[in-house]
Design a protein around this ligand. Structure first.
Ligand SMILES: *Cc1c(COP(=O)(O)O)cnc(C)c1O
Length: 431
């Protein structure tokens, strides 16, 4: 049975169920496994994805209250594919498409797994309130995943006027148990409000709050699944390890990839592709952790200046040398994104979202030798249609909306506004 301890280590550990309900450990640290299972990779099926998920996650949920429900949980969460497409046989390059879910970004996997877990709990005495700050994609995935989940309310805060029209529609179209508020302020203001709400004893007396950001273990662990499935598929076809280029912001995705490798999946190199927010690449270079305010870039879902999950990576590799051995990181400036989208559209006929383009650019900047040495997999994190205002001018064509997004765009929406002060948020939460 695996227990989960806080990265800040102070007090008691938690079961998987406790960890996902709490979101954050009581000492404000992040939950990490206190022991690591060793997976027998050859016994894990790479398809269907739900079967891979069950095999990867079972040891992490062993003896937990949710273990008996693992099969129905993964069947519900992993009901859309994550195809691995070959781009160039000569260079042994492929792309892992993680955008075939309801909100067309990889965050659907983690959000839907967490929602499926939280519905399985025996009758709770109090409704759970999931409070999330979003710069766009997280809020949409969480809202879609939790819409009409019994016993759970969702409150999403987003910065007014700073998300794309499509993203705003994905936040405001749900109704019922989901409320989305346009906060008069920046994303940092939204995060500050969420943090203050979690620290308020007053609110805690009235509502049980939880988070669905990637600090929540219930979003992170399921993300190991597609790294497992893709690496096993490469291993079975080619007898080689897959190396991944992972678009990174808050480093949830990167942590899941590292964890998948750590438990024995056939993963080779891991390269984190950051945009101009270079806190983590700078840390790898200098060994000094210097978080900063986030910069706005075309790959907006990765605009994070103080990535939370770095705490989990540093916990696993406390020594900077061992961290440098485990992964490398690149930073791509904003000006390189549109030319990369255009160039790869001409080269491969594929259209990248701006985040995926950051990964493609990081791949192009590897040395010829590095490119030749591994079987590289670019991780495609969102459908390009979500960011059409950037993508369409770059390729000189329109990009069709996938059906799931078209359905969301057709729903009526309800906008609510909120000033950036904690008292108003508290009154909304306690109402
Ligand atoms: C969230 C997100 C990322 C970054 O993932 P992290 O886990 O925060 O590093 C990359 N691309 C897209 C499209 C995202 O929504």
């Amino acid at each position: 049975m695996i227990r989960y301890r806080s990265t800040r280590g102070a007090r008691g550990d938690a079961s998987f169920s406790e960890a996902i309900v709490r979101g954050l450990a009581p000492d404000r640290g992040l939950y990490v496994p206190s022991a690591w299972p060793s997976l027998n990779a050859v016994s894990i099926p790479n398809a269907p994805l739900s079967a891979a998920a069950a095999a990867v996650l079972r040891p992490f949920l062993a003896s937990d209250a949710l273990e008996p429900f693992l099969e129905p949980i993964v069947a519900k969460a992993f009901d859309f594919p994550a195809p691995l497409k070959s781009l160039e046989s000569r260079n042994r390059l492929s792309v892992l498409e993680l955008f075939h879910g309801p909100t067309a970004a990889f965050k659907d996997f983690g959000a839907r797994f967490l929602a499926a877990c939280l519905t399985r709990f025996p009758e709770r005495s109090q409704r759970l309130c999931i409070l999330v700050a979003t710069s766009g994609d997280t809020g949409g995935a969480v809202a879609a995943a939790f819409h009409n989940t019994p016993g759970v309310d969702v409150v999403v805060l987003y910065p007014e006027g700073r998300v794309s029209p499509l993203q705003e529609q994905q936040l405001t179209c749900w109704g019922d148990n989901v409320r989305a508020f346009a906060v008069r302020g920046s994303f940092d203001d939204c995060q500050r409000l969420v943090k203050a709400a979690f620290e308020s004893a007053e609110i805690a007396r009235h509502r049980s709050l939880s988070s669905a950001n990637s600090i929540n273990l219930g979003r992170l662990l399921p993300q190991m699944t597609y790294f497992a499935a893709a690496s096993l598929s490469v291993w079975r076809q080619a007898g080689e390890r897959a190396s991944f280029i992972v678009p990174s912001g808050n480093l949830g995705h990167a942590t899941a990839c590292i964890w998948a490798k750590h438990v024995g999946l056939p993963i080779g190199r891991i390269v984190l592709a950051h945009n101009a927010n270079r806190t983590f690449p700078d840390f790898l270079d200098s060994g000094v952790w210097t978080p900063s305010a986030s910069l706005t870039t075309p790959a907006s879902a990765m605009d994070v200046g103080d990535p939370s999950n770095a705490e989990r990576l540093r916990d696993l590799f406390p020594n900077i040398e061992s961290l440098r051995t485990a992964l490398s990181a690149a930073s791509v400036e904003s000006e390189a994104i549109a030319p990369r989208i255009r160039g790869d559209f001409e080269r491969y006929g594929e259209v990248w979202c701006p985040h995926t383009a950051v990964a493609a650019e990081a791949y192009a900047r590897l040395s010829e030798r590095e490119r030749a040495e591994s079987r590289w997999v670019l991780v495609a994190t969102a459908h390009p249609a979500k960011f059409r205002e950037i993508v369409e001018p770059a390729i000189g064509q329109s990009v069709a909306l996938p059906d799931s997004l078209a359905a969301i765009m057709a729903l009526p929406s309800k906008r609510e506004q909120l000033p950036a002060d904690v008292e108003t948020l508290a009154s909304v939460l306690m109402r």
